[in-house]
Design a protein around this ligand. Sequence first.
Ligand code: BG6
Length: 608
Amino acid sequence: MCGIVGFVGTRNAAPILLEGLKRLEYRGYDSAGIAVDHRGVISISKVSGRIEKLCELTDGGKTMPGFAGIAHTRWATHGAPTDVNAHPHMSCDGRFSVVHNGIIENYMELRDELMGNGYLFRSQTDTEVIVHLIEMYYDGNFKAAVMKATSRLEGSYALGVLCSDEPGKIIAVKEASPLILGIGIGENFFASDVTALVAYTRNVLYLNDGELAELTPENITVYDCTGTPVPKTASRVTWDIEAAEKGGYEHFMLKEIMEQPRAVKAALTPRIQENRICLDEFRMTPGELRGIRKIVITACGSAYYAGCAGKYAIEKLCHIPVDVQLASELRYSEPQIDSSTLLIVLSQSGETADTIAAMKECQSLGAKVLAIVNVVGSTIAKLADYTLYMWAGPEIAVATTKGYTTQLSILYLFAVYAAEALGLLSEKEYQRLIGELQALPQKIQQVFDMNGILPRLASKYNTARSIFYIGRNTDYAAALEGALKMKEISYLHAEAYAAGELKHGTIALIDEGQPVVALCCNDRIAEKTMNNILEVKARGAQVLALAVKGNRTVLTQADDVIYIPGTDSLFQTVVEIIPLQLLAYYVAKENGCDIDKPKNLAKAVTVE
Ligand code: BG6
């Protein structure tokens, strides 16, 4: 996912565009660029790395005068995050520049056609075909050339286009990717979302798919795909800039919880092509994989609990022992690690000091490192031998949610990929597992649709002194993260216990009314944990059970039941964690906690 923004008016565009990019940074920030038209000459500045780097490069836009411009912040999909692959892209004759959010699915054939017609490509992106198509179709009519070019495109695109022959105009086109127009006074804007506009105007026009807009300082004209003008009515944005960044949600955490279907899809979809898992960034050969005797997963906080959940899938499918270790512990233990060890490092920020230190320690012992991180170009990403980006979009809330589920989804993907590469999966089983992975985003979405009771449930638990979370196997992994979420944002004491462990001491703590969250979602062992429900109920506990839809027995045992859709038991944790995130959120909200910035916590602990 990328962010685009455009401006045309009677003041310099560059500073406005850079501010807009900062507001879109949550959409991605592995590279950024800006193009400005100054008296009929287009100049471009673009760079890999954060938007801040582009601001420094252009001295806050001062080095790029001009009253019309387009800009882009990128999450790399086609082509690594490099200066050359950054947008905007320029036509061979320098007359056009384009920024794009989306994926052009037929770009390879278009690229071949254009190269056959003598157009020179500079980047590995899909986007570059667009700017050369426009040049190829241009006969003096800017809008017509853009319309002809976009009629050749298959896929999704929100486009911004500059033409040096028409310096007081920018064109925006929408197909399947978000694009909004901002109406100013003597100036007009386009952007991927309202966040980039609301500081300048709250009067907006929403483009529909297939529509093209011509923007000048005084006018916005919208056309349909036949070139017929389309009358549009302006809307008024009611959000302030802060709310707009939250997309209208009260807290970033809730926004990020609700984004998880899209985030998990963004993590998985580009890596499943024509029913094959493609991990281009993980270049270990099957022969090298066969040489791996042990996998060690290391991380901190929720990332560590994602590792605890992913361990089950990797061990079951790849038949390789997996040792999950807290980074702060691993770095001071005598790690039994050598060149036959694959170290998997999980980190949303890619900057956690303990994780970096543990990673360096293991690398010095000969381990190869696969990093699963969210922030492109982060320290861990740079140090690793292989990096799989989570593509979750920036995560603002300190307590991670979409970071956890995208990390875990990629661990599942890796497990299936490695098992197939090791020849341990039949084609039928391989395809079944891929189908289960592809279904995860909609199953996460179904959890939202199935659980309107969570806000009410929260008021039953928000005054508890402590809450026990119990489960077995993949349910236990979910219990670990569920308990941490509750502690992190509601400050209630919560502990996760392996359900089978209760009878060995912990059950002594179960008194009348003691809340217990019992996770019975792993269909292979749910019955065992349901027996534990009876044990704690017999001692007066108040039980909230999580179960897969259709489990009616649990209704007779627990005080409350939250149902979730079923999936392969190996992948169940990434679905069952959702109601636990929401339970913690609503309990914290009930208690008036600072949900996005919990006390004493930091989004990334970059010190030991
Ligand atoms: C903590 C965060 O500081 O660090 C957690 O509050 C996170 O949400 C943990 O899981 C690890 O951070 P990272 O960036 O390495 O995943």
